[in-house]
Each structure stands twice: as C-alpha cells, then as structure tokens.
Write a protein that binds this ligand. Structure first.
Ligand SMILES: *Cc1c(COP(=O)(O)O)cnc(C)c1O
Length: 370
C-alpha cells in the first residue's frame, strides 16, 4: 500500500504550515492558566476595541436567517464597497479574508516556471501561496525595514507574474509613499501584475492613505487587497476583498468556491463599512498606543522600528526566548525568526491597560535575561 506521502503531489510534502498568533485558550491550556482572562493577545494585529458595534447589532439580527445560503454573488456588499471606494461593483471580488484572494491569485496566475517578487520581510502568505502553486519566490532585501521598490523592480524577471507590495507592510509597520509608488508604477513592465495589499490602510488618517485604486480605475495590471480583519475589527469572520480591473476580478471569480463569503460576514461588513466613528476611535487608540509603547521602549533602552499602524517591531535580543517568557507572564506576542529577524518580536497595539501590562512584563523579562 502506498502511503499518503507517496500519494501526495511531490511539492505538497515540502509545504511549510503558516504559524499564526497563538490563541488565548491554547496558551492557557498549555501553561496551566486557570483563568484565560489573565492572558492578553497582542499577536495578530486585531482591533483592541473589538468589532464595530453596528456590525455586532447587524449580526444579531442576521442570526435568525443562517439556515439560508449566502448570496453567492455578494451583490449588496459589492454595491456598498463600490460606492465607498468609487469603483465599479464588477471590479470587486470579496473573499474569505484577503488571504483567500492571495490564494485565488495563485490559482489564476501562478504555476511551475513562474515567480513572484516580494520583500524579504513582507507578509509570508505570498510565499506560501507561491510554494503551493509551484512558483518561485524572489525575496528582495529591504532598506531600513522599508520596501526598496527600485530593487524590487530590478528583481523582476521575464517569468515574474506578480509583485506583492504590502503597504503599510506587515511585520515592519512601515510604508512607502505615493511618490515612491508612482515612480515604481511608471517603470514596472506592463506584463507584470502589481498587488498592493492594503490590509492596514484604514488605520491611516485619510490624508496619509496612498491612492492606488487610481491604477485600477485606469485599467492597469493592478490588484488591491483590503480586509475587514484589522481596522474594522472582524478578523473572526474572515472577510476581505480584491479590487481589480474587471477582466482580473472575473478570472478570480472563476477560481473561487460558490459561497466563499458567509452570510454573517456579508451583513457585518456592510454595517462596519458605514461605522466611520468606530474607525476614528480605532485610529486614536492606535496613535495613543504607539506613543505609549515608544515611551516604554525608550525607558527600557530598546530599539524599535517606527510604525504607522497597530503593531510594532521591537528588538529584544533573543526574540523567541522573549516571546516564550512573555507568554508565561500572560502576554502573547509574535516571534519573528520566521521572517529572518531572530532578535525582534512584533507586538500588536492593544488598549491602554493591555499595553501597560505588556510593557511591565517586558521589563521583568528583560531584567531576568540580564
Ligand atoms: C492581517 C493581514 C492580512 C489580512 O488577512 P485576512 O485574511 O483578511 O484576515 C492581509 N495582508 C496582510 C499584510 C496582513 O497583515
């Protein structure tokens, strides 16, 4: 009898599984915390304010109709998003988190003999999707933890299908400017797809948000990814979307599952989209939290990467050991060795109290490691 390993597609056996932020309940079970409430999670860049109250209200109302399949064509949601973004509804394709859209890009465009270009310290899911599609990954070094767009341009080969630009970028918390983007777009070959992953863009003040949707409206080979997981506080629902010229969104549409976006997510996303107040309160919480962490890091003598979003990369010496020690203190962060940054951890900005707890725990851990 052949083993499953022998039966599997040969490239599948080598795939590496994504290491997500650890759930509170899992850490509580493992470390013997009797009260999971003693643990805080600052590991996955979730919104510390929780979901939009309007979205919660809408979901309560929708619970009674969950015996029905969702609208597989996401008509009402696409109308609402199109009006919000000033694009055509046909240019929008919602998915199960923007992660699904990355996978659909892989299904539609990647394969053996192709490659993607990304920064070395950018969202690892691009590489995982490329691996699953048997495409190669060209990882370009960053400059001062920022995308080096000109180096990424130079890295493009005739086999390159997609350049992934997370802006702002995870895990560095940095962003590239409109001028840098425009220079890149002026020079990038027309037969390459440029994917701007804007998972965190709503956390920026409107005046700071780069405009890449203009390239979609102009019909360039550009895909913009957005999500309801971060600023909108709906990570548990798995709801994201792509904005792309219609021929591209039609291709992505053809490789998705019929009901990829669940009915609860469709209802909640529409309500959250209208809740500007929640987004503004979230922005304030994040900017206050960044100031709090910066003061705390300074007091501890730690170097950090200046951030524009709701997480911060801080240099602690031994990243994985610090991550483990913080967990024992009831604070879940994210080790960064998988991103080639073994000396750093990434901390999500939480509430004032959570940030305080994290900084106190970090002080104890740094003291113990001396
Ligand atoms: C969190 C994040 C996402 C969002 O993923 P979802 O599947 O929408 O939850 C996408 N891209 C980046 C860079 C992220 O950090």
């Amino acid at each position: 009898m052949k083993s499953f390993a022998e039966l599997a597609n040969p490239w599948v056996q080598d795939l590496v599984v994504y290491e997500p932020g650890r759930p509170i309940e899992e850490v509580a079970r493992e470390l013997g915390f009797t009260n999971p409430g003693d643990i805080i999670k600052l590991a996955s860049n979730e919104n510390a304010l929780g979901p939009s109250p309007l979205a919660v209200q809408a979901m309560r109302g929708a619970a009674e109709t969950m015996h029905l399949y969702p609208d597989g064509g996401t008509f009402t949601l696409r109308q609402a998003l199109a009006a919000h973004l000033d694009v055509d509804p046909a240019q929008i394709l919602p998915g199960t988190g923007s992660n699904e859209l990355i996978e659909l890009l892989g299904h539609a465009f990647l394969g053996e003999g192709t490659n993607i270009v990304m920064s070395r310290q950018a969202f690892v899911v691009y590489r995982l999707v490329a691996n699953a599609a048997r495409a190669a990954t060209i990882a370009v070094p960053m400059t001062d933890f920022r995308h080096d767009l000109m180096a990424m341009l130079d890295a493009i080969t005739p086999e390159t299908k997609i350049v992934f630009i997370a802006n702002p970028n995870n895990p560095t918390g940095t962003m590239v400017s409109q001028a840098e983007i425009d220079r890149f777009m002026d020079a990038v070959p027309n037969d390459v797809i440029v994917c701007f992953d804007e998972a965190y863009v709503e956390l920026l003040d409107p005046g700071q948000q780069p405009d890449v949707l203009q390239y979609v409206r102009a019909g360039r080979n550009v895909v913009v990814l957005r999500t309801f997981s971060k600023a909108y506080g709906l990570a548990g629902l798995r709801m994201g979307y792509a904005v792309a010229p219609e021929p591209c969104s039609a291709l992505l549409n053809s490789v998705r599952q019929p009901f990829n976006v669940n009915a609860m997510a469709q209802v909640a996303a529409r309500a959250a989209l209208a809740d500007e107040d929640h987004i503004e309160r979230t922005r304030r919480l994040v900017s206050d939290g960044i100031a709090q962490f910066e003061a705390g890091f300074k007091a501890l003598g730690l170097a950090w990467v200046p951030t524009v979003v709701n997480f911060v990369l801080v240099e602690v010496g031994a990243g994985r050991e610090t991550f483990v020690a913080l967990q024992k203190e009831g604070v879940i962060t994210r080790p960064m060795d998988g991103y080639g940054l073994p000396g750093h951890i990434r901390i999500t900005i939480g509430t004032r109290e959570e940030n305080e707890k994290c900084l106190l725990a970090l002080a104890r851990v740094m003291e113990d490691s001396k």
